[in-house]
Each structure stands twice: as C-alpha cells, then as structure tokens.
Design a protein around this ligand. Structure first.
Ligand SMILES: C[S@@+](CC[C@H](N)C(=O)[O-])C[C@H]1O[C@@H](n2cnc3c(N)ncnc32)[C@H](O)[C@@H]1O
Length: 406
C-alpha cells in the first residue's frame, strides 16, 4: 500500500473556509470545506447519497447539499453540540425571519433563569452571566424550532467567546489573572456580531443549496445505523484520532455551551466517544497486523497506554461493522485522518483503518492523499502520557485514504 505522490496540493492554504454556513460556529478539528468538496467531485459524481458517521460541525453535509446529484445525507455524532451546529448549517431558513427575530432578542430586557451548573462563576463574570441569561430567555420564546436552533447555535458560540476560558484551546483552561482583569466582553454586541455573520452565511448558502433530505442523528456510529443495507454511495468523514483525553477533547470544548443549553450528562461525554474507556485486556482481536505490532511496541513501554490506544480501535471496529452493512457495492469511502505518536511510537492510523475495513468486507484500496494542515485549530504539541517532559509533535499533516467497496 503505497502513498500516492500527488502533485495537486490538498493543503488549500489560502482558501476561504468560511463560505456559506461553514462560518457558523467553531468546532475542534474541523474538516476544511475544500477537502470535502474535492472528494465529492472526485468520488461522488454518481452518488445519490452521502454519510458522515463522525459529522462534527457537518462540513461534509453542507458541501453535499450544494451538489446536484446528492439527494440525501446522513450525519451521526454523539456530541449534542455537533448535532445542533450541523442542523443549523444544513437547514434553509428565511432571512427576513432571522433578522426580525434578532431584533426581538436584542431588545429583550427580561432576565429569566440562570442555569445551575457547577463553577459557573469561575468560567463567567457576573455581568456576562446576566447578559447571557437575558439572551437565552429571549431565544427560548421563539416558536419556530429551526429559527430557535439557529440562535441557540449562535448563542453557544457566544458562550465560548465571552467566557473566561482561553479561546485558543480545546480543553477548558481559565485565562491568566492578567487577561481576566482586562476581560470585559460586551455580550450583546458579541451575540449581534455573530448573528449577523451567521445570517450572512445563511444567505450565501441559500443561493447555492439544492433540495436535499437531511438526516442528522445524535447517536453513536458504533450502533446499528438506521439506514437501508447496501444503500450508501459515498462516505466522507474525519474521525477522532484517538480518545478525547489525550487527543482532541470534543466534550470539554463543548461543555460550557451545553451546560448553558441545559443538556444532561455533559461531563461524561468524552468518556462515551470513541476510545472513552480503556480496554480491560491487552488482547488484539482486530484483524490488523499493523495494529498488533503497534500495540505490542507501546505495551513494551507502557501497558496502560497500550490498552487505552487499543480501546479506540476496538470502538472503531464496531463502527466499521456498522458502516460495512450500509455501504453499497462500488461505493467510495474517504477518511481524513491524522497519525499520532504515543510513547514515541508512530501510529499509522490510515493504514490500520484500511486493514480494518478490508478485514470486515471486500474493499479495494484506491489511494492516499497527503496534506499539510496550514492553520487547522489543533494543538501543536500534545502530551500523550499526560506527563511533563513527554510532549511530542502532534498532527500537522493529514492522510486522506480512499477505499472502494467491491
Ligand atoms: C474530527 S471530529 C469531526 C469534525 C467534522 N469533520 C467537522 O468538519 O466539523 C470527530 C467527531 O467524532 C465524534 N465522535 C466520537 N465518537 C463518536 C461515536 N462513537 N459516534 C459518533 N460520533 C462520534 C466527535 O464528537 C467529533 O464531533
């Protein structure tokens, strides 16, 4: 399995990644739209439908809904914030209704309830809490569910930008004392600015959108998928790279917004995502020779870390089983993945996942594209063992591997 020398760059260094509704909300480890767009052009010419089993903020779904032949899309994610953002980004909305509702929200004075969650005062200044509660009260009065969701998504982004967190991070870190002293956000202005930006994105999206049936579900891709067997023509996704604790913490990133939106079981979200619970036994039952070698090498250095890495692939294997059931004959599978390093050992996730699909079904390896990540919002360094002095560079590049089902 050779990496293709591809002379057409997949870096998309100076591309606009915020067109259409792609501007709605920031999300960790987003796929950039031009990647999804090119994959759809290359492998989705005859596709009538598309699935993204780790949809996140719905980049591939938005792109699919502006392509004429794709009539139906399926997106799955366990993070309720990902569901909210993806629904908002793919639901066409009346601009004049958005504008009139924004005016109503901004003129509200009624305080309403402040959600009751631990450490709210640690993460938000008193005046910020007051203003957020006023906005949320007004949004909750909106009757049209889709319009309400649009403003809840904008609200959730506002929660993040006006909080006391360091905004450049995925994990929850409080600002330094000095920054906190200077931190006096104008919550209303921030919400208005983000709303106007999102309304503008919706306008652009409406001018391009093709009628598409959107199916978005808050469920794990490890479970049986509610899709007709052998019916999906194209899969485009970027899965997690490993468990949330040592790679990207989707749950932590979303926690404050979800607490403001009063979702339950928010704190346990990261444990429910792929690799959230370490395997009890270090026995690799998955039919991937590369994975077996990697786990053995990591276990020689650290048995517990090896079990943690293994659990991610065990969970992923459950997804492969489900996806194999729904992918149609001749369908294409496009995965955008990063290869991380644990205990100094490089894990070639692209090759491992290829072997895993091939062990579960009849898949032809097509190619792998390589891309640098010029400005993806990713930590440059990670600390795989969570111990000082064990930092190693994390993904500054990605592999896009393509398989075709026979
Ligand atoms: C790399 S992100 C996807 C980013 C997305 N491509 C975008 O453009 O925003 C991976 C996603 O996988 C989700 N995820 C993790 N475990 C999952 C599971 N078992 N089932 C469904 N989604 C899961 C995470 O919540 C996260 O949103």
């Amino acid at each position: 399995m050779e990496k293709e020398i591809n002379f057409e760059s997949w870096d998309f260094k100076n591309s606009n990644t915020k067109e259409y509704t792609h501007c709605v909300n920031t999300y960790p480890a987003m796929m950039i739209p031009p990647v999804a767009r090119r994959l759809i052009n290359l492998y989705g010419k005859d596709a009538k439908n598309l699935i993204d089993p780790f949809m996140g903020s719905g980049t591939s779904l938005v792109e699919a809904s502006i392509v004429s032949n794709i009539k139906e899309v399926y997106g799955f994610d366990l993070n309720p914030l990902a569901i909210l953002i993806s629904r908002v980004k793919t639901t066409p909305l009346d601009i004049s209704k958005l504008e009139s509702n924004l005016s109503i929200i901004l003129s509200n004075k009624e305080q309403g309830n402040i959600p009751d969650f631990k450490n709210i005062e640690f993460w938000f200044k008193p005046n910020v809490i007051k203003k957020l509660a006023i906005i949320k009260t007004a949004i909750n009065k909106i009757e049209d569910e889709n319009i309400k969701n649009f403003f809840l998504a904008t609200f959730s982004e506002t929660v993040r930008t006006v909080s006391n967190t360091r905004n450049g991070e995925f994990k929850l870190y409080r600002m330094s004392k000095e920054s906190l002293e200077k931190h006096n956000p104008d919550v209303m202005k921030e919400f208005e600015k983000l709303s106007l930006k999102n309304i503008n994105g919706m306008k652009e999206y409406l001018s391009k959108r093709i009628p598409t049936k959107i199916n978005i579900l808050n469920t794990s891709s490890m479970n049986e998928l509610p899709i007709k067997p052998f019916s999906v023509d194209l899969l485009i996704t970027s899965p997690p790279y490993g468990d949330s604790r040592t790679t990207v913490a989707y749950g932590q990133f979303s926690r404050l917004a979800l607490q403001w939106l009063e979702y339950e079981d928010v704190a346990s979200l990261d444990n429910r995502l792929l690799g959230g619970k370490a395997s009890k036994k270090l026995e690799v039952k998955i039919n991937s020779p590369i994975l077996k070698k990697v786990i053995k090498k990591i276990a020689e250095k650290d048995e517990k870390r090896a079990r943690e890495v293994l659990s991610f692939y065990e969970d992923f294997d459950n997804c492969v089983i489900q996806l194999n059931k729904v992918m149609a004959k001749n369908s294409f599978i496009c995965f955008v993945v990063g290869n991380r390093t644990v205990k100094g050992i490089n894990i070639p996730t692209d090759k491992i996942m290829t072997e895993m699909f091939q062990a579960r079904g009849n898949y032809k390896y097509i190619t792998t594209y390589y891309r640098n990540i010029p400005n993806k919002r990713m930590p440059r360094l990670n600390c795989p063992s969570n111990k000082a002095g064990e930092k190693s560079t994390t993904m500054c590049n990605e592999f896009i591997f393509i398989l075709q089902k026979n």
